[in-house]
Write a protein that binds this ligand. Structure first.
Ligand code: HEC
Length: 425
């Protein structure tokens, strides 16, 4: 048991950890992005006083890995919030030994959070046309807001930053572009409800915001096309907090004149064959895809709703080696986000990618939205389920893009399994 070992070593042999020397750096690095004044978390964790009075709670929530909210246990990703075993042991030992401050003058300066955009002056800055009233109570809201064609001309987008107007109630945000003019018809001024999908096709995501995340930068040399005529659609997940709040979320886009050097392709795995009997504690959904050409996998975006428990994705290389693409032992809808690998994962031609999602539709699952449990099928609603895993892939040899795209097309047609295909949809 490495964890117990590290813990015991720190507790009995090592000097007592102090706030100034051991704890402050962990809090600044892994907690402060949410736990600062005006951040999404309900209190700041910057000063000795902030931390000292909650030392026991900090030890508990970190030992259970409830905080920081970071779902994957493997592999390694950029901007990772996951604590190392030794950081957890430090926080636990500090709390257990009375949470001492140490030499206050030696405490490093806390990080500073400002209202300014993290990547400097944007090329396009815009916001929700009107503030939105978030009621005091009731279920979480998923609302879409249309910003009518702010760009006017086509642009290559290299980065996106989103700033919630009110971090207390904004849980996450996804930005889409809509060239179909559907969203604009549905938004009569206060947005429209849109759990799951934003309700138009094609719904091309431009990126998103989750609490504590850095601005969404596109991979080097692969900017995203923003259509000049596209409406921008912000899909916002609001969480009522017991008193009425208003929000007006802003966004910033950063352009580049350099056209893409590589093509980013969506390797989508998942299933729409979901039919989970009430009480089933371990319903499995699987899918697989064999890449016909060598690819670099840059990122992964997993998606399911509330009763999904775990997600696994791995690659089986032609020589039989297995590589973990994603392990989420304890899925939580509220903390979903997209992940970019520390370094791209190179998969040779003929690598088989497999996924397995497990769902718990029993009453023992505290996140089950149905009381008592009911049959759950595929769909976009809060009580429906989904199973999707999107890999951001780019062919190692750019001339292989068409072959990959054809294979993906074939996979999609097979999964529709005799369904009616309408061109252009
Ligand atoms: C991505 C944002 C985010 C990060 C990073 C984060 N927190 Fe939190 N934290 C929250 C939010 C939001 C809440 C309140 C809602 C909840 O409890 O889920 C919270 C609640 C807490 C609570 C109160 C839990 C309770 O049961 O009352 C503690 C203690 C805490 N966080 C400690 C930490 C520590 C320690 C870290 C870093 C090691 C950390 N958090 C990192 C967002 C974050």
């Amino acid at each position: 048991m490495p964890f117990a070992g590290i813990f015991a070593a720190l507790f009995f042999a090592a000097p007592v950890p102090t706030f100034s020397y051991d704890v402050a750096p962990v809090l600044y690095h892994r907690c402060a992005s949410c736990h600062h004044a005006g951040g999404v978390a309900p209190f700041a964790l910057l000063s000795y006083d902030d931390a000292h009075k909650r030392a026991g709670l900090i030890a508990t929530v970190t030992t259970k890995r409830y905080m920081p909210p970071w779902l994957p246990s493997a592999p390694r990703f950029q901007h990772e919030l996951r604590l190392t075993d030794s950081e957890i042991a430090t926080l636990a030992a500090w709390a257990a030994r009375g949470a001492p401050e140490g030499d206050g003058r030696a405490t490093p300066p806390p990080p500073v959070f400002s209202d300014a955009w993290g990547l400097g002056k944007p090329d396009l800055e815009t916001e929700m046309p009107k503030p939105f009233e978030v009621p005091a109570d009731g279920p979480d809201l998923y609302q879409c807001f249309v910003i009518p064609a702010p760009a006017k001309e086509n642009h290559w987008v290299r980065a996106l930053d989103i700033r919630p107007g009110n971090a207390k109630v904004v849980h996450h945000v996804i930005l889409f572009q809509d060239t179909s003019r559907t969203a604009r018809k549905r938004d009569q001024g206060a947005g429209y409800p849109c759990f799951g999908t934003p309700g138009f096709l094609p719904a091309r995501g431009l990126g998103g915001w989750t609490p504590g995340a850095a601005p969404a930068q596109k991979p080097e040399g692969i900017p995203d096309l923003l259509h000049g005529q596209a409406d921008l659609v912000l899909q916002i997940h609001y969480h009522p907090i017991g008193k009425p709040e208003t929000d007006r979320t802003r966004l910033a886009l950063y352009f580049t004149s350099d056209a893409p050097k590589r093509r980013l392709m969506d390797v989508a795995l998942g299933s729409s064959h979901i039919d989970i009997p009430p009480g089933d504690r371990a319903y499995k959904v699987t899918d697989h895809f064999t890449v016909p050409v060598a690819v670099d996998i840059l990122g992964v975006i997993p998606h399911a709703h509330y009763i999904c428990k775990s997600m696994n994705a791995w690659a089986i290389l032609p020589d039989g080696t297995r590589r973990t693409l994603l392990t989420i032992p304890n899925w939580n809808f509220d903390w979903q986000q997209q992940y970019r690998y520390l370094t791209p994962v190179r998969l040779p031609e003929d690598t088989r990618i497999e996924i397995e999602f497990v769902y718990d539709n029993s009453a023992a699952n505290p996140r089950n939205p149905n009381h008592p449990p009911a049959r759950v099928t595929v769909g976009p609603g809060t009580t429906d389920e989904m199973a999707g895993l999107h890999l951001e892939a780019t062919p190692v040899d750019p001339t292989d893009a068409d072959e990959l795209s054809q294979a993906l097309w074939g996979k999609m047609m097979r999964s529709l399994g005799g369904g009616i295909y309408r061109p252009g949809r």
